[in-house]
Write a protein that binds this ligand. Structure first.
Ligand code: 13P
Length: 255
């Protein structure tokens, strides 16, 4: 997905929500004029059982929605898995793949993330491919090597046309849920490197949106979004409060 459309702000609800709570949160988000302003696109990625609620509540609205994971398989004997085509049937536009919590707790590998990315594209949705280094990797000076390996494995599995349709999210693991955000300079340094990897894949891919995630809050969003290669944010905790999520979207408006 091209960064030329403006900033993209996506809420990752993780393992949070209830039918009543979601109803209130989505209602508050839709009531705001911020989401209709040109220059920012917003979406929420919700637990699978809430896709139907999002379909009912968000069809035809300015707020997009999606899922947080997908099966690497199309169908078959894979108990508990959810296929991309099933998610697409609800009108979802986005699927997060390769989130660091899936990599850490569910054994996801670069190869499975690449397979999932293909399933999402085949189903006509936009994969938000998450990459990022751990604190130990950063301290060992391995940040560039890690994010290069993670992104290149996915890009190698895609045609140019497919690669142009993805979104990349750089989420340093040490900044997730810790309140410890990367400085805007740290984020920009990695984002500029990711941009060079996208350019190396082909000119058609250079404008793929690269989001930053990891303790993005209303008070640091504008600074992060002002960086040349930061095209929006993937928001965890702050996406659960309408006022905070809207303030972050607003910070994307003028950048
Ligand atoms: P926090 O914004 O809570 O740090 O989470 C970031 C994240 O993991 C988004 O996918």
């Amino acid at each position: 997905m091209s960064r030329k459309a403006g900033k993209l702000v996506v809420g990752n609800w993780k393992l949070h929500g209830s039918l009543a709570g979601n109803e209130a949160l989505l209602g508050d988000l839709l009531a705001s004029p911020v989401l209709s302003a040109p220059g920012v696109t917003a979406a929420v990625c919700v637990p699978f059982p809430y896709l139907a609620q999002c379909q009912a509540r968000l069809s035809g609205q300015v707020l997009g929605f999606g899922a947080q994971d997908v099966s690497a398989h199309v169908n078959g004997a894979f108990t508990g898995e959810v296929a991309a085509q099933m998610i697409a049937e609800f009108g979802a536009k986005f699927v997060i793949v390769g989130h660091s919590e899936r990599r850490a707790y569910h054994g996801e590998t670069d190869a499975s993330v690449a397979a999932k990315t293909l399933r999402v594209l085949d189903a006509g949705m936009t994969p938000i491919v998450c990459i990022g280094e751990t604190l130990a990797e950063r301290e060992a000076g391995e940040t560039t090597a890690v994010v290069t390996r993670q992104l290149e494995t996915v890009l190698a599995a895609l045609t140019l046309e497919q690669a142009a349709k993805i979104v990349v999210a750089y989420e340093p693991v040490w900044a997730i849920g810790t309140g410890k955000t990367a400085t805007s300079a740290q984020a920009q340094e990695v984002h500029a490197h990711l941009r060079s990897l996208l350019r190396a894949k082909g000119e058609a891919v250079v404008d793929v949106a690269v989001l930053y995630g990891g303790s993005v809050k209303p008070d640091n969003a504008a600074e992060l979004f002002s960086m040349a290669d930061v095209d929006g944010g993937l928001i965890g905790g702050a996406a659960l409060k309408a006022a905070d999520f809207l303030a972050i979207c607003e910070a994307g408006l003028s950048r």
